[in-house]
Design a protein around this ligand. Sequence first.
Ligand SMILES: Nc1ncnc2c1ncn2[C@@H]1O[C@H](COP(=O)(O)OP(=O)(O)OP(=O)(O)O)[C@@H](O)[C@H]1O
Length: 617
Amino acid sequence: MSAGKKHARSDGEDQGVRLAKKAKTDEIADTPTNSDPSALKADKKKKKDKKDKKDKKEKKEKKVKQEQAEDGPEEQQDGDSAEAEAEPKPAKKDKKDKKDKKDKKKKSKSSDESTPTLTEKNGVSNGTPTAANGPAQRNGASYTYQQTKSLDAEPEEEIQEFLKKQEISVSDPSGTKLRPIVKFSHLPTSTLLSKKPFASFTAPTPIQAASWPFALSGRDVIGIAETGSGKTMAFSLPCIEALASSPKPTHSKNDRTAYARAVVVSPTRELAMQTHAAMSSLASLVGLSAVCLYGGASKDDQRALLRKNSGADIIVATPGRLKDFLSEGCMSLSDVMFAVLDEADRMLDKGFEEDIKLILGGCPPREKRQTLMFTATWPMSVRGLAEGFMVDPVKVTIGNRTRAGDEDGEGNGSTELQANIRIEQKVEVVDPRGKEQRLLELLKDAQKGSAKNDRILVFCLYKKEAVRVEQNLERRGIRVASIHGDLRQDQRTRSLEAFKAGTTTVLVATDVAARGLDIPEVKLVINVTFPLTIEDYVHRIGRTGRAGKKGKAITLFTEHDKAHSGSLVNILRGANQPVPEELLKFGTTVKKKAHDSYGAFFKDVDLSKKGTKITFD
Ligand SMILES: Nc1ncnc2c1ncn2[C@@H]1O[C@H](COP(=O)(O)OP(=O)(O)OP(=O)(O)O)[C@@H](O)[C@H]1O
């Protein structure tokens, strides 16, 4: 079950408790006397109505959960339900480490979030930056990051200006000071770079510039940056540099196990394939190999690929299929020196948590590997869990995500949810029965005249809803395809390819397409039904406005979605987008999600919040 579903349920439960309490109070006030049979009858009817209402509500919630369980983390269905093996729990030593860390933190407050000056907050020294020969050898790489002379020579004011303009915030528990790699020419020379892999780009994106020095130093990194901001390359470059500079472990000739030195885990098949394509073209420049493992495709073929070269340097995989190969024993992660969780918050939520424990539990311990986590959304509910898989992670955040009142140095809630500021967001509050008619009007309007071939992505919540919407649009003569969990993998792939190629201009999707997919030139995203979580909303709309481009998103919001009104208002305000009056009528309270181990917490909508533009060069 995904966190989204869990949240939906916990919201429901809370509401249920509130309703029950209210009902009880009402009952006491209204209790009929025994001597009044008509009152007794009325009371009975009232109770029955209440029960029917509750049953109906529960039934609806169950339906959403069932649909989502199939639509969402489908990769879970690929695997046998292998018993999850937890990453070794932090024992006494870790407790001591934590205490030492706390003491150290107290002593040198200068480097982390608790110090509010820009320079210190950004983790960059005022004077000469330190070369970061951090624990690069931890992962076995012989490579150490040395800040280049050309970067040393950049005037400090320009570095500060860059950090400020791009709203880069670096929080490093060990206080290393490293300048962002503001130009590709500041990357240390390497075989990979000599092949000019960035020839088509002008400059590193902010997340690349700020995270590369730490990731190249062998540090664990949590990277949080808006959708479409180049996070794939942010983890791919350090991964490939680390592999290229370390010797391949040898294994006995009789050993038929497949090994990998880096593992990248993605929540959906399509995203795994996309990341694999990006990484393998980079890896091939230095003679490294990458294999993609995902569900819905032949296991035999994937096994054969693995066996061919006794594994691969890099495995990009969905959790279910990877788990299958691990439990079969045909693959081992014992050589992994570099592990990446892409869409990390999704990978750590309830739907995948156990799989991730098993996968990272199969890698060398966290002290002996480098672990990177990247995402555009970083809810409080997964943060504690994430750090349990890492060693002193450096947290690189792009964008002004700090709410007034959160700068308490405790790190509580300081990373706010933020949508890509270049996406124009429009919310229309509509009658639920009029949604599909409105969708038709919106599509017609968006594809008028010269825009007739514009790509539009239409999101639904349920698979059956997606099927119905697709059929409806097809009947109206719209060139449409769909991607959802009721389709075979080859059909999903065909739909995506047709949409990318422009042979179909409208793609109807469930949330399997919400995260990570980098489809060129999606002009508009339409949400026919609101997603289960506000994070999913941010990811869905993030399919447009990528790589510095502008985009547009239209959301049809109904009374059924009112539980999300507060968080949606926050997102709109944070991105300087108009908030319709009708939306405010649904209320502005935000209930933050709960994680089993970390609990729930509440806050009110921040009406003062303003978004700031991030430059993407
Ligand atoms: N330095 C760069 N300059 C220009 N474009 C870039 C740069 N780095 C990556 N890109 C391009 O930006 C696009 C988006 O990158 P990517 O898919 O990695 O985004 P992301 O941050 O992972 O998005 P999401 O959060 O949706 O997963 C890709 O087409 C990629 O090729």
